[in-house]
Design a protein around this ligand. Structure first.
Ligand code: MTE
Length: 330
């Protein structure tokens, strides 16, 4: 793994965003004194006159919404991963295949940003991200984040339940799945020039999964707006599934009666499927999923848990499907 390891990276769960910090910080931000935030979390890019992306240290217009109050319903069994670890060890193939894409990702303009909601809905719409943020209630949740590559992190995400987005979209009763799509900008994301992959990045969920209480539309992290390398301005987080389901920088949400074929399923269907639920007993064709390395701990490995430890919230969605022979674990 291509990461630096230092002592003292981990901060306890209790310190991810203490209440006093978010109160003080909100005051500070409201006063218009928002300074530079780590790794692009508080800045965005503007398009220059020639059409090129030009870095300008603009304050993120949503910065005043963070930190949001933390939900105590979702507890961790480990320390929160230190911010500089989780924000510099990323998968975002649009910007390259290495883990070290955080600088390249700063080229992505994230304002204006609109999300198209279409397909089997009462009325198709295009929502501006800052208007969407006004319609929802943000909260912080501490979740484990387990990549199919057998590494994991513990992350203080801020976002809103995807159920709230479904309520805004008003899908018809014919909708069985939600298909999500990432931006298509090879001009700023040079990884998208790799023709081996089927761009743009697509992911999908069943309606039951999309409206499960764990499913979060994430717009912030560590009490700040989401940095670009982690999928700003809006991404998905489904903590019981392998991380590749957590599609970043979403521009389109489509309600459909057809099961979406995701980016990884199209690219390598023998290794990655639609369901991708975490299961330590089902190996990836090329490696075991029995344990995982917790990034930022100097190589500490822990046993992986079924549904990444979230079975109480999600297992009932899969009981019948498992009997029907669906490949739930890849
Ligand atoms: N979304 C897009 N658009 N492009 C990607 O390459 N990588 C996925 C997922 N979402 C990816 C993506 C994978 S493989 C993982 S493990 C997680 O993002 C990584 O999220 P993180 O970098 O925020 O930890």
């Amino acid at each position: 793994m291509n990461i630096k390891r230092k002592k003292g990276w981990e901060i306890p769960e209790s310190q991810a965003t203490p209440e006093t910090v978010f109160r003080n910080r909100r005051r500070f931000l409201t006063a218009g004194a928002a300074g530079a935030l780590a790794l692009g979390g508080g800045a965005y890019l503007a398009i220059g006159q020639g059409g090129d992306a030009v870095a300008q240290a603009q304050p993120d217009p949503s910065a005043g919404l963070y930190p949001a109050p933390r939900s105590m319903r979702y507890r961790l069994d480990r320390e929160v991963t230190e911010e500089k670890v989780s924000t510099t060890y990323n998968n975002f193939y649009e910007f390259g295949t290495s883990k070290n894409i955080w600088q390249a990702a700063q080229k992505l303009p994230i304002r204006p940003w609109q999300v198209k909601i279409d397909g089997l809905v009462a009325k198709e719409m295009v929502v501006d991200i800052d208007d969407l943020l006004k319609k929802v209630q943000l909260e912080e949740r501490l979740y484990r984040h387990r990549c199919v590559e057998a590494w994991s992190m513990a992350v203080p995400w801020t976002g809103f339940p995807m159920k709230a987005l479904v309520d805004i979209a008003q899908p018809t009763s014919a909708a069985k799945y939600v298909r999500m799509e990432t931006f298509n900008r090879p001009d700023v994301a040079s990884g998208m020039k790799a023709s081996f992959y089927s761009w743009p990045y697509i992911e999908g969920l069943t309606m039951a999964e999309a409206t499960n209480e764990l499913t979060l539309m994430v717009t912030g992290i560590y009490g700040k707006p989401l940095p670009k390398q982690m999928g700003a301005p809006i991404r998905l987080v489904t903590p019981w599934k392998y991380g590749f389901k957590c599609i970043k920088s979403i521009v389109r949400v489509t309600f459909t009666d057809e099961r979406p074929r995701s980016f990884w399923e199209v690219s390598q269907g023998s290794e990655y499927g639609f369901w991708a639920n975490v299961n330590p007993r089902v190996s990836h064709p090329r490696w075991s999923q029995a344990s995982e390395e917790i990034i930022g701990t100097g190589g500490k490995r822990v046993p992986t848990q079924l549904y990444n430890g979230y079975g109480d919230f999600v297992a009932s969605m899969y009981t019948d499907l498992e009997k029907s022979g669906e490949r739930l674990w890849m």
